[in-house]
Write a protein that binds this ligand. Sequence first.
Ligand code: HEC
Ligand code: HEC
Ligand code: HEC
Ligand code: HEC
Length: 467
Amino acid sequence: MTNPTPRAPLLPGWLVLSLAILLALGLGMLASSINQRRVEARLVRVQFMQPLDPEEVSPERWNRSFPRQTLAWQSSRDPAGAPAFLYEQVRDYLVERPRLAVLWAGFPFARAWKWPRSHVHSVEDVRGTPRIDEETPAACWACKSSDAPRLMAREGLSAYYARDFEPHKPEATHAIACLDCHAPETMDLRVTRPALKEAFRRQGKDLETASLQEMRSLVCAQCHVEYYFKGKKENHLTHPWDEGLTPEAFEAYYARVGHVDWIHPVSGARMLKMQHPDYELSHKGPHAQAGISCADCHMPYIAEGSARVTDHSMRSPSRNLLAACQVCHPWSEAELFDSIVQPQRATRLAREQAEKVLVAAHLEIGDAARHGATDAELEEVRDLLSRAQLSWDYVASANSQGFHAPEEALRILGRSLDLAGQCRQRTREIRAARGRREPVPIPDLSTKAKAQAFIKPYEESARATAP
Ligand code: HEC
Ligand code: HEC
Ligand code: HEC
Ligand code: HEC
């Protein structure tokens, strides 16, 4: 046996070790270079910013240290400056889709629903909408005004929620702005709305441990979500997320807690109104699944002279596709535009189909009730209709018209059509048993005025018989 002669290594051990260390350091630095730059930028910011009051609502004060972001925020103001309910250029959904008035009959949305405007307009628009009435709770300010968190803290959360919208008018004057998403001491992103914190806590999740990338969506999830007011007197603003974020999960949640928003005056179904589940619907989309945040598209980086800042105008990415999308997709502007419009078209077709079918279902159940069908007989079909409409509304009320999650939007609309189809089949049998075999005539719903005139007598008689 001979001992193998040790071969001289190609590289001396110390060199291999040093190279390995350098490589590891280099990779680590590359991976964290973005974060590194952020940390440095943050240090510079905190060092040089003018001190802000912890409750500083006025963007003019923030402007002293952050003029670029403030200017962009202000730049999203519409030129005419009129409130949305007067501002004719703002698209009126009820004019475009009069059937919505029938679907939401008996609920404030049948009176008015317009395209959203930018954050600078949030206070004037909520003050002006015909949806506000003497029953509107204080909770409505939560997503409209930077003053809301201060008022909640001062009055105590439960006391605040239990009050009405009206008494807070003199103090809720500042639109959504800096204080809503940033800590004034450090400029770190933060969640200021209690409902989001509570929803996380109930699911056993901790907002404090959310990553920066998650925070770049969670600041938006304070408002761009589904919510309801829990308790007739308490009106506690609550996100129904305990069973998940899909329409099926919301259905299960609301059934468990026994909440309904209103009774439909035409069909008698117990209805739930979806608000604007942007965060929830987009959650199932290709972008959120790939870890992309709301801010990645709605607040892209833009060059400002030598600086690279986050665009604080926060509008539709269609206004600046190159900044919003080309960082990741090497497509032309026309291709990008097309990639938005295509799924929107598909969503619209399915959504309009669902709207027609849902209107027919309300009318048919109403007809069955008028001709002697009992509440017990109609319970099943009313329940099917309520679930069908919840699914449709989840897509219809979310912004982006399907772009955020194209496949999921179509799946949900398909579910709505399926449930509505089952409902109509059963209703047909119930009507036939009472000799009602003719189709129920659909009234002329070609304009907002006609649709609202059609529902008026139903709404009035429902009010007259309300307990
Ligand atoms: C709806 C939430 C939201 C509002 C309102 C908001 N910001 Fe921001 N802001 C962000 C997000 C998200 C970022 C990106 C943070 C990151 O990725 O580090 C950001 C970043 C910043 C930065 C860091 C530099 C930069 O441009 O990336 C500054 C400074 C800033 N915002 C100032 C302001 C000021 C001033 C206002 C009010 C006029 C304001 N922000 C309003 C969400 C918001
Ligand atoms: C405090 C509540 C609140 C927060 C936080 C918030 N939004 Fe909004 N957002 C609103 C409201 C309310 C409107 C509609 C305002 C109106 O129509 O007057 C709106 C409107 C918008 C619009 C429509 C703007 C336009 O010009 O068409 C976009 C886009 C938008 N928000 C995106 C975001 C993104 C992205 C975030 C997070 C970075 C965010 N919002 C955070 C409440 C909020
Ligand atoms: C991949 C990019 C992308 C991401 C990520 C994204 N959005 Fe959007 N969003 C869009 C596009 C595109 C539209 C449709 C714009 C249009 O029709 O003009 C849109 C529309 C909207 C609108 C309606 C704006 C208007 O003027 O009609 C709101 C509000 C909104 N998104 C909020 C959010 C929120 C909140 C998140 C995160 C939960 C989010 N978006 C994530 C691209 C994105
Ligand atoms: C931060 C990176 C990023 C940004 C910004 C971004 N995307 Fe994407 N996009 C992705 C990723 C990742 C996917 C998922 C790809 C996959 O799963 O194959 C995707 C998927 C898509 C898809 C569907 C899949 C496909 O390849 O056809 C479309 C359409 C799309 N993006 C359009 C847009 C548009 C329009 C914008 C701007 C409003 C945008 N994206 C912004 C990263 C991004």
